[in-house]
Design a protein around this ligand. Structure first.
Ligand code: CO
Length: 184
């Protein structure tokens, strides 16, 4: 089932999400819905707060990037209770977008590599080093679990220049073809 994506200004996007265990209700369905919602909206990553659930659950499917980078074909993951242990390597700029902030893309600076621990959909633990685009996506989605959004990571000046645009996004002044939910 496709679920509405919560839009910038929704308080849930600013909450720190909580860990879950395997008894969390309807988890399998939620994960399936998140993939469906993400694919429908042409996203490559989605965090549970973006569908209104303040839990530490992320889905990633970078296969749409395969044309640019062949290795992305198989970068498809469920990350539960993810924890970034270390960020390292050169800091790089990359233009990011977010389904919760439609029609806005900005250069965001992040480390090139991370070490991340998480549980997969079967609650099997993983401890991995990610580099490049996978590290970029994981860091963006991880921020969602911490109540952070990518405009928090751009310069104060740039953010000030975008304030009006962000306000109109929060009021629904954008054009997308996926279901969304504005703050009340
Ligand atoms: Co996002």
């Amino acid at each position: 089932m496709i679920r509405p994506v919560y839009i910038y200004g929704s308080p849930i996007l600013r909450k720190v999400a909580v860990n879950i265990d395997s008894t969390y209700p309807d988890l399998k369905q939620i994960i399936e819905d998140m993939f469906e919602t993400m694919h429908h909206s042409d996203g490559i990553g989605l965090a549970a707060p973006q569908i209104g659930l303040s839990i530490r659950l992320i889905v990633i499917d970078a296969s749409p990037l395969e044309e640019d980078e062949a290795t992305m074909k198989d970068f498809k993951k469920v990350l539960i209770n993810a924890k970034i242990i270390e960020r390292f390597g050169e800091k790089k700029l990359f233009k990011e977008g977010c389904l919760s902030i439609p029609n806005l893309r900005e250069e965001v600076e992040r480390e090139e590599s991370i070490r991340i621990q998480y549980l997969d959909e079967n609650f099997i633990p993983h401890d991995e080093v990610l580099d490049g685009i996978p590290a970029r996506i994981a860091q963006h989605e991880y921020d969602h679990l911490e109540g952070m959004l990518f405009p928090d990571r751009i310069s104060a000046l740039r953010r000030k220049l975008l304030a009006g645009k962000l306000l109109s996004i929060s009021k629904g002044k954008f054009d997308v073809d996926y279901k969304f939910k504005l703050a009340k």
